[in-house]
Write a protein that binds this ligand. Sequence first.
Ligand SMILES: [Zn+2]
Length: 156
Amino acid sequence: MAKILVFNNDTDRMETYYRGESEPMPYNTNGTLRVREFRGSSNSSTLWTTKRTMQSWNSQRYIYGSGIPVGFAFKRPWEGGHGTQSQHYAGVAFDVGQRLSSAQRTRLWNSANNSGVWSYVEPISLTPTWVHFDKRFRNSSLFQWRISTIKKRKFK
Ligand SMILES: [Zn+2]
């Protein structure tokens, strides 16, 4: 059972959910994103994301039109990852398509890049074996402030 904090961009409030690993993430439609997919290999007991990120996933999944295999989304800084890992720590980024063929991955990358859903899609040259997209946040946002206070507590 994971504790999941979701920053609701519409109300500017943090919401708390408790979900099993095989249950869909809060705000996910049609079970296309399970808790275990969102967390990947992270063993954090608490996960967080934003409502906007979950809605973007729903849109992307619908536009792409088929299953998107998720490597991970959430990752804490000391759990590895890559250059844009701060977006993963904020729970607003996805690394997907690791198990796809290179042609399928290119189709997925094009879909993400053209969907207009994401703030950032990492260039293929930097992500040869996966596709990274995220719904990044302004540093001044309340959500970013909450996350940085959680981070400080964890690092103590
Ligand atoms: Zn990534």
